[in-house]
Design a binder for this molecule. Structure first.
Ligand SMILES: Nc1ncnc2c1ncn2[C@@H]1O[C@H](COP(=O)(O)OP(=O)(O)OP(=O)(O)O)[C@@H](O)[C@H]1O
Length: 309
């Protein structure tokens, strides 16, 4: 089910939370909304699921206007908010039973079992939620969203605060949903690698504005002229930093030094590193990823701001 966002604006007092982004989420895609803190991701999701109204602009889900069609849109969209809580004394199964009853599901028992299995909570289903880890609670939240098989899933920073195992488990579930259903899945995150792993397309927001959007492969290709050379210094890191000056933007990244440079300059840099072997233990050249596209998108904005009106 396609989602269309057109020139959506939202203010909270003096704060402009959304400043007119327009983009489409293709039907059946797994779509990432990427942005730093305060970029407007949660605001956009609240408008998308009808929990709040835009000041201007329009959002359509499968051709239905969210503002005009209210509850008909909410039936189509399963929303996992950034923070959700459950009554701690209830078991996971009881929580899902309440949600299933509210939605009037006919095949309640079977569907609850299916959703528990899908999120890997079958064995923990009859334990009190108070004993669940953060990761289990998030997966229970996802199960509650999946119960009514909504054609659109909106997941707001679903892995925030989870440990690496919890993140990996959540990712596997999203990948399975992507493989096995036609659902359109919209996920927000500020973790680039997560979006890169899970999503086909992305919209990058900053300060409420759309900075870039499209298939991740296209954004990567657009950023393709930049590569990152990562060096592990021998003893004298200051001398190495000095030696790489002029080839690109060098960053002291803990144990390593990263030099972001044009592909054309990378050859000269690698040759120079070869000549200064005493300074370098090892180096690698990294091809551009979504990270390069993200930084390009944000840097383009900084450049715009530097142009006098
Ligand atoms: N109810 C509100 N009242 C006042 N300001 C708000 C409200 N909700 C959001 N904002 C502001 O709007 C801007 C966008 O916030 P939003 O929560 O949508 O960003 P976000 O991208 O989800 O950020 P995060 O990654 O930190 O969750 C921020 O400056 C935020 O402080």
């Amino acid at each position: 089910m396609k989602i269309t966002i057109t020139d959506v604006r939202k203010r909270y007092g003096d704060v402009v939370a959304l400043d007119g982004p327009s983009f489409e989420v293709p039907s059946g895609s797994t779509f990432g909304v990427l942005g730093t803190n305060g970029a407007g991701k949660t605001t956009l999701f609240k408008l998308l699921v009808g929990h709040d109204r835009p000041d201007a602009g329009r959002i359509e889900v499968g051709g239905l206007d969210v503002e005009a069609a209210g509850h008909r849109v909410r039936e189509r969209v399963g929303y996992l908010p950034e923070h959700s809580g459950f009554p701690p004394s209830m078991t996971g199964r009881e929580v899902l039973d309440v949600h299933a009853r509210i939605r009037g599901l006919a095949d309640r028992r079977e569907r609850i079992d299916e959703c528990l299995a899908l999120v890997g909570l079958s064995e923990a289903a009859d334990r009190a939620v108070s004993g669940y880890s953060n990761g289990m609670a998030r997966r229970l939240g996802l199960a509650s969203v999946l119960l009514s098989r909504p054609p659109v899933l909106v997941l707001d920073e679903p892995t925030a605060g989870l440990d690496p195992r919890g993140v990996a488990a959540f990712h596997r579930i999203v990948e399975r949903i992507d493989r096995e259903t036609d659902a359109t899945v919209v996920i927000s995150s500020h973790v680039l690698s997560e979006i890169e792993r899970l999503c086909d397309e992305v919209a990058i927001l900053q300060d409420g504005r759309l900075r870039a959007n499209g298939p991740i492969d296209d954004l990567r290709r657009a950023a393709g002229d930049r590569v990152t050379v990562v060096c592990r210094p021998a003893d004298d890191r200051a001398a190495l930093l000095e030696a790489v000056q002029g080839y690109g933007d060098a960053t002291d990244a803990g144990e390593e030094i990263e030099i972001a440079c044009d592909r054309a300059d990378a050859f000269d840099l690698v040759a120079a590193l070869g000549e200064t072997q005493a300074l370098v233990d090892s180096f690698e050249v990294h091809e551009p990823g979504l990270e390069a596209a993200f930084h390009d998108a944000l840097a383009a904005e900084t450049d715009d701001e530097e142009v006098p009106a």
